[in-house]
Design a protein around this ligand. Structure first.
Ligand code: SF4
Length: 293
């Protein structure tokens, strides 16, 4: 039986960057605060905590002063930076450059067009840190679209500037765009009333076709990810659509050896927040199980 690790799996560029930054500081200072989970992966968090990373909540952040705090790849709203200034907190900004660019675009579009009554709409999960950071660029004067049911919140007689959280499903974003166009057309309003920015990250959308190919090439797929990762849920569903025998695991202990029966090749992959070392741990676990049985 062959065990294949997806060559394209592992941290995305933004997560690699912030984890490298944290490690560099931790090797020198042995302690660093991070506002929120540095990555949606419990195992990687545990590893970094052992090096001295201390994850803090927003309430804890408000109580701190005269220290250094890392901002994770999802970014933060402007209010967090203002608060840091007030409390003499040095921000180590690990915001992914792609998210940073999107924040700036929303901030500029909002500043330039707010007087004309433009509506800023963001397709994403309202409780997601990245979305809070994006919404903060408008002073939370925007519409969050979690699904098509939220489209009723839009006033179709005013201009719409539409963006997406970087890790959303590209197909579902297309459906949102089509539905808005349909509603504009039904109201006799030109499609140009909506200006759409495709802000889904290439590290997510570009991975989907490669992931599908990897799933076609293997009999079963073990998908390693933390349950908290929205990108993990998205990519897992993509795998499951191609290979019915795709199994989601957060720990090697969740692997049922029965899954492997009749398989000639096992593919191991994961989310953009899954460390490569965890995929290697899964491979080693499978190898041990198969050679000892
Ligand atoms: S998924 Fe893309 S936007 Fe999000 S952190 Fe990774 S590289 Fe940055």
């Amino acid at each position: 039986m062959k065990i294949n690790i997806d060559p394209y799996a592992g941290f995305c560029f933004g997560v690699t960057k912030v984890v490298d930054t944290a490690e560099e500081i931790l090797h020198r200072d042995h302690h660093l605060y991070c506002l929120g989970d540095i990555v949606h992966n419990a195992k990687e968090i545990e590893r970094l905590k052992n090096l001295g990373l201390e994850i803090i909540s927003y309430d804890q952040f408000l109580q701190l002063s005269n220290c250094k705090v890392l901002i994770r790849a999802h970014g933060e709203p402007p209010e967090t930076y203002r608060q840091a200034l007030v409390n003499n907190i040095k921000i180590v900004d690990g915001t992914c450059p792609i998210v940073l660019k999107l924040q700036s675009k929303i901030e500029e579009d909002y500043a330039e067009n707010r007087s004309a009554g433009v509506q800023i709409a963001i397709y994403g999960r309202k409780d997601h840190a990245e979305v809070r950071g994006l919404a903060g660029q408008t002073g939370n004067n925007c519409i969050i679209l979690e699904s098509e049911k939220d489209l009723d919140k839009i006033d179709y007689h005013r201009s719409i500037f539409l963006y997406a959280q970087t890790t959303m499903n590209p197909d579902n974003f297309e459906k949102i765009i089509s539905e808005i166009r349909k509603r504009l057309s039904e109201a006799g309003i030109p499609a140009s009333m909506m200006k759409c920015t495709n802000s889904i990250c290439g590290q997510v959308s570009g991975r989907i076709p490669r992931l599908k190919k990897f799933c076609q090439e293997n009999d079963i797929i073990i998908f390693g990810s933390s349950k908290k990762s929205s990108n993990g849920r998205l990519l897992f569903r993509q795998c499951k659509n191609v290979c019915e025998k795709t199994y989601f695991v957060s720990e090697t202990s969740e692997i049922d050896i029965e899954w492997l029966s009749d398989a000639r090749s096992i593919g191991i992959t994961g989310a953009t927040s899954t460390p490569r070392w965890f995929l290697e741990e899964i491979a080693a676990f499978l190898h041990n199980q198969l050679t000892s049985s």
